[in-house]
Design a protein around this ligand. Sequence first.
Ligand code: FE2
Ligand code: FE2
Length: 263
Amino acid sequence: MKILYIGDIVARIGRATVQKVLPDLIKEKNIDFVIAQSENMSTGNGLTIKAVEEMREVGIDFFTGGNHSFKKKEFYPYLNDPKIPVIRPANYPENTPGRGWAIASSSFGKILVINLMGITFNGPQLENPLKKVDEILEENKNEKLSASLVNFHGDSTSEKVAVGYYLDSKVSAVIGDHTHVPTADARILPGGTAIITDVGMVGPADSVLGVKKEIIISRWLNQLPARHEITTSGPCQFCAVLINISTKGKAKSIEQIIRLVDI
Ligand SMILES: [Fe+2]
Ligand SMILES: [Fe+2]
C-alpha cells in the first residue's frame, strides 16, 4: 500500500498548490491513501470545513493537526464529529476538542493514524507523547490494521528522531512536521519503521514559512509587533513523502517528494 503524507498546507495558496499537484501525483505514483497536515489550511491559522472539503475533492483522505488546529473556534464541532476525518495531537488535555487518533478505512484495510505534539518547546503542560502513544497502541492492539502512522508535530529534530527509534517496529511510519522546512533524512529504521524528521510545507517558496518575508525581517529589525500576512502568489513548494508499506505493515520504502509550481 502506498500512503502519501503531505506537510503543512499553508492557506489558500497552499490549497491551490495541492489542487495543481496532487491529482496527477496520485496517478503518477499509484497512491492508495493520502494524509495531510491541516493546521494552517485556512488563512495560515487553523482550518475551516470549507478548506477540508476542498482538499478532500482533490484526493486528500485524512488530516492530522497541530498547535494551530484550535485557532478557529467554529471548527471545534467538526473536530468533535467522528465523521470528519480530522484529528489533533493526542497529548493535549482531556477537555480539548477533537480526537488524537482514529482508524481510517482504505481499499487495503484499516489504517491507524495517531497525532502527537512535541514537548521540547511546547512545554510541560502537554502529556508525555511517548506514554500517550503507548496507551493508544495498547488500546488498539487487537485491531486488524494494514498500516499505522504517527504524525509527530514538533520543533526539535532530536526529539523527533528519538520518537522514531522509540516506535521502530511498533508502527509503519513516524512522520514529523511543524517547522515547515523539509529535512533530508527520510529512511527506514532497522525494525521496519519509515521516518522523516520534517516533511516541510505546501505553500509560497518565496516567504518565511509561508509569511511575507518583509514582515518577518522588519519584526526582527524593529522588535515591534506586526500582523502576519501570507504571501499570495509566486513559486510554491509542495512537500510530501511517499511510504510504501508491505502486507505485514512494515515500511518497504520512503521517498521524499518536493515539487515547485507557479501559482
Ligand atoms: Fe504549521
Ligand atoms: Fe505547527
